[in-house]
Ligand binder design. Structure first.
Ligand SMILES: Cc1cc2nc3c(=O)[nH]c(=O)nc-3n(C[C@H](O)[C@H](O)[C@H](O)COP(=O)(O)O)c2cc1C
Length: 165
């Protein structure tokens, strides 16, 4: 039975874009934010709800999220609640960026109750020559959307999603 506070796991290695979104979501959920390397896979079951977020790198969410989940045994039943979030250069393609992680989460017994994506400042490769894509993102509006998303997640998770409020 999960008892611990919600947990937000975030890998944000380019400009800290996703870390800002993670903080915003965590504030609403009264959750802790951790890097994937700082989480023991076995402890994931203790949390009523777990968020998995990162930037998108070469068409995938950060490898450390896959590595963490890879340590868990496959589970035929969806007994845990999760959500997925990302920032990227091209967030309108988020359903493609999120799909492999969502598939792995389902295999590991997580019911993904929501996904969130927004633009993130991107200076990958030649983009830095032009000053980058999505300058100043995530911006205030993106973070407001992230907060609203977190409220929706809290409602979907029930009272356990707000365990410290
Ligand atoms: C090496 C690298 C590869 C990237 N690949 C993609 C990509 O395939 N698709 C995309 O939309 N954005 C891509 N981006 C942009 C990042 O997803 C975007 O800047 C994101 O907000 C970075 O998040 P972070 O600051 O939390 O690491 C890439 C950025 C880097 C540095």
């Amino acid at each position: 039975m999960p008892t611990a506070t919600p947990l937000v796991i975030c890998a944000s290695v380019h400009h800290g874009n996703t870390a800002r979104v993670a903080r915003c979501i965590a504030d609403v959920l009264h959750a802790d934010v951790c890097a994937p390397e700082g989480v023991a896979a076995a402890s994931l079951a203790e949390h009523a709800i777990v968020g998995f977020g990162s930037g998108v790198y070469y068409g995938r969410m950060h490898e450390s999220l896959f590595a963490l989940l890879g340590q868990l045994p496959d589970s035929p039943e969806l007994t845990r609640v999760a959500f997925v979030f990302s920032t990227s250069g091209l967030p309108f393609l988020a359903q493609f960026w999120h799909a492999p992680l969502k598939r792995l989460l389902a295999r590991k017994g997580f019911d993904v109750v929501g996904t969130f994506a927004c633009r993130g400042f991107d200076t990958w490769g030649p983009l830095w020559l032009t000053g980058g894509l999505n300058r100043r993102h995530p911006d205030g509006q993106d973070l407001e959307r992230a907060s609203a998303f977190a409220q929706h997640i809290a409602a979907a998770a029930g009272p356990a999603g707000h365990s410290r409020s």
